[in-house]
Structures are given as C-alpha cells and as structure tokens.
Design a protein around this ligand. Structure first.
Ligand code: RNT
Ligand code: ZN
Length: 421
C-alpha cells in the first residue's frame, strides 16, 4: 500500500470516528502503551533447552512438524527479534524455566538460578523488551505420576517446591535487572484421568506447597506472582487440583494475581466477563490469550468474537496497571514466527477496537436504558474503519502493514529458517 493511500484513508477514518466522539490519535497513543508478553514456547513447540529432555507432558500438546524450529537459545532469540520487528510497539517476552542456558550440563529443575538466564537478561536489555517467567512443572520424570506441588510423595513435592522457589528468585532477578516487574505464572499440571477419592488431601498439599513457595516476599517492583487454574488436561480429564475456585480463593487471600486463560473454561463461559468479577478481590490478573477450538487446543489467536469481547473489556475496565496481557498458544503446523506475528497483531487489533469504541455514546445509551440504541451502536462500531487506523499505526511504527506481513515472513523463512537443516 502506498504511504499516500495509508494517510488519506487514515484522515477519512479519523473524521468518521470523530462523528462518534472518538479521537483516533488518542487511541493510537494508548495502544502504543499496552505491552503484550510474547511466549517463548511458540518458538519451539514448548521444547526448551535442557540437556536431558522428556517428551511434553502435563496434559498439553503441540501438533505439527513445520520446518525451521529454533533449536538453540540463539536461534530462538533471532526468531523472537524477527517477530518483534513486525509487531508495533514495545513488548515483553515470557520465558519458561526449561529455556535456561545450561552450557551442556545437566542442571535439574531444583538447581536452576539467575546465572542460567543472564544471556536472556542481556538480550532483553539490548532489545528493550521486559521479561516474564514461568516455572516448568511438566516434561520431567518427577511429574510423570501426574502430581507435583500436590504430590503425596514428599520427595517429589519437595523437589517442585524448590523449583518454584528458584523460579521466583530468577523472576525477581529479571525484574530487578530490567527495572520492570516480572510476572511469574505458577501453573502445575496436577490432576488425574479418573476421579480420585481424596480431593481434599491433594488441595491441602497444593495450598501448603504454595504457601511455602510464597513465604519469601519480593518487592512488587520486581516480581508479581500469579496462579493459573484450569478445567482439565489431556489425561487429567476427571480431576484438576488447581481448579478455578481453588486459585481464586488462594489469590484473593494471599493478595496475588490470578491468571485467566481463554482455553481453560467450559466452552460457553465468557472469559471477558471474568475480568471485572475478579479485579475487586485480587491485585491484578494475567491474561493467557489463546484460542481453543473444541477444547483447550491452544490455537493461534485470531480476531474472533472472544478476543474482541476480551479486549473491549480490558479497555472498558481501564485498570491497565492491573491487567497483564500474555499470549499462550502453540502451533507447530505453520511458520512459528508467523504464528507469533498473527496472534500478537490480532490481539492488538482487538485492543484497538476497544480503544476506538464510541464510549461516550454507549454509556449514554446504557444510562438511559435505551437498549435499542446501545445494540445499534455496538453493531455500527463493528464496521467503522478500524483497518485504516491499524494500517496507519503500523506504517508510523515502521512495521509491515497488513498487506506486507506475508512477504516479510516468507523472506525470513527463505533466508533464515530454510537454512536450519
Ligand atoms: C497449560 C497452561 C500453561 C501452559 C504454559 C506452557 O494449560 O495454559 O499456561 O500453556 O505454561
Ligand atoms: Zn495458560
């Protein structure tokens, strides 16, 4: 698209939105300030860089064998840089503990420390991205029985408590080094295929373990803890120890964040509606933006109704400092950098829709209970020229506009990914 057309279209769009009382320039300024945390694990199908690797487990699954997967931290960083170069704005990168740099040595999960992540911190500093973190409680012999922090085997439980404590120390170090709090997500796969009898015992042990893990306090300027519940996993269909009720209660009483993953609820539940429900009780939420297709399948995020509703809510509640946006999907069937790009840009488009919503007019209709006007305004908002505003934003931020993303990802595939034999 010619620069001239981009600017002309934007000028018209700005006028159109002004009719609805919406300032497109202000919307773009706000969009630029919303960081999204790209998840390292889309880059290599949740593989990681440990010396002895176990197959992916814990009820999550990646399908696909698209060529060019990152095999080393250096390759993953190059790929992430390419992704960042096609995404407007300044963002974050979320690492899993299994992505440390262990120098060819076997460093078990209960022995990791900030020293294994100095390469990542240096890279983050150089690329001006902030880091987030996750302990890795799956793909390990000691999680094979299905229980980690809630394990009835004390040796196993203690191993994972140590892992979680060390993960927090790593996250705090990242936050301190980079001058922005690292959000650490605590997710454990604990559960079972069939119904256990002693559910209470499992939950009591999980609670105990978490309390021990969180006993050390870190400044919220360095580290923000979040706990992620879910409904079920593959092979853990009947029972998940860390259910939503468990973690919501836990987060509210311990004053930590709660993670809402879009794939972790019954398919007819609307995750967007949960934000304003939980925020009065917890210091913040971490969103795991994902797209479940028929189940918690972790498909690449697209601008579907769920994402639009979620993003509208993020903007409407307006508590930007308490809502952390992270991505959580993994697709190995397509170009993995393209997947990052589409998923992130689609989330940003959703946020842009939110920022361009004719708020004043909608609130007026809300206030006088004019249901028809509200319904019609919401419908009209869907076909206002947001695309022209998005193109202008991409162009201004020196990243590909929509028409230019495909050739750029193809170029990277030819020049870099194809050379990874
Ligand atoms: C699993 C959770 C969790 C993981 C990542 C890899 O169901 O969503 O967030 O996807 O930690
Ligand atoms: Zn998740």
């Amino acid at each position: 698209m010619k620069k001239e057309s981009i600017e002309k279209s934007y000028a018209l769009a700005r006028e159109r939105y002004a009719d609805y009382g919406v300032d497109t320039d202000a919307a773009l300024a706000a969009l630029k300030n919303i960081p999204i945390s790209l998840h390292c694990w889309q880059g290599d199908d949740v593989g990681g860089f440990e010396t002895s690797q176990s197959a992916l487990s814990g009820g999550i699954q990646v399908t696909g064998n698209y060529p060019g997967k990152a095999r080393t931290p250096a390759e993953l960083r190059t790929d992430a840089e390419e992704a960042f170069s096609v995404i407007p704005g300044k963002h974050r990168f979320s690492l899993h503990a299994s992505y440390g740099e262990f120098g060819g040595k076997k460093v078990d999960r209960d022995a990791i420390g900030p020293e294994h992540f100095v390469g990542w911190v240096e890279w983050a500093r150089k690329n001006k991205v902030a880091l987030d973190f996750n302990g890795t409680f799956f793909a390990h012999p000691l999680s094979a029985a299905g229980y980690t922090l809630s394990s009835p085997d004390d040796r196993i439980r203690r191993f994972w408590i140590e892992h979680a404590k060390r993960s927090r120390a790593i996250g705090a170090d990242m936050g301190r080094e980079l001058g922005t709090p690292c959000v650490i997500n605590h997710w454990v796969p604990d559960g079972s295929k069939d119904s256990p009898v002693d559910r209470s015992g499992c939950r009591a042990r999980l609670l105990d373990s978490l309390d021990e893990v969180l006993a050390k306090t870190y400044s919220p300027d360095q580290l923000l803890d979040s706990v992620e519940g879910k409904l079920f996993g593959i092979g853990a269909e009947a029972f998940t120890v860390g259910s939503h009720e468990f973690y919501l209660g836990y987060a509210a009483t311990r004053k930590i964040l709660v993670t809402l993953d879009l794939g972790h609820y019954h398919p007819t539940e609307v995750v967007a509606d949960k934000i304003s429900s939980v925020l009065p009780f917890v210091p913040g939420v971490l969103l795991h933006v994902s797209r479940g297709v028929r189940w918690d399948s972790d498909h690449v995020v697209t601008l579907n109704d769920d994402i639009r509703e979620l993003c509208l809510e993020i903007v409407r509640v307006g508590k930007a400092d308490r809502i952390h946006i992270g991505l959580d999907f993994f697709d190995g069937t397509i170009n993995r950098i393209g997947a990052w790009a589409v998923g992130t840009r689609s989330t940003q488009k959703g946020l842009l829709f939110g920022l361009l919503e004719p708020r004043q007019k909608l609130l007026e209709a809300d206030g006088v209970s004019d249901g028809f006007a509200r319904l019609e305004l919401l419908e009209e908002a869907k076909t206002l020229p947001a695309g022209a505003v998005w193109d202008y934003y991409c162009d201004r931020e020196n990243v590909p506009t929509d028409g230019m993303l495909i050739p750029e990802i193809h170029r990277y595939e030819r020049e870099t990914l194809a050379k990874r034999a």
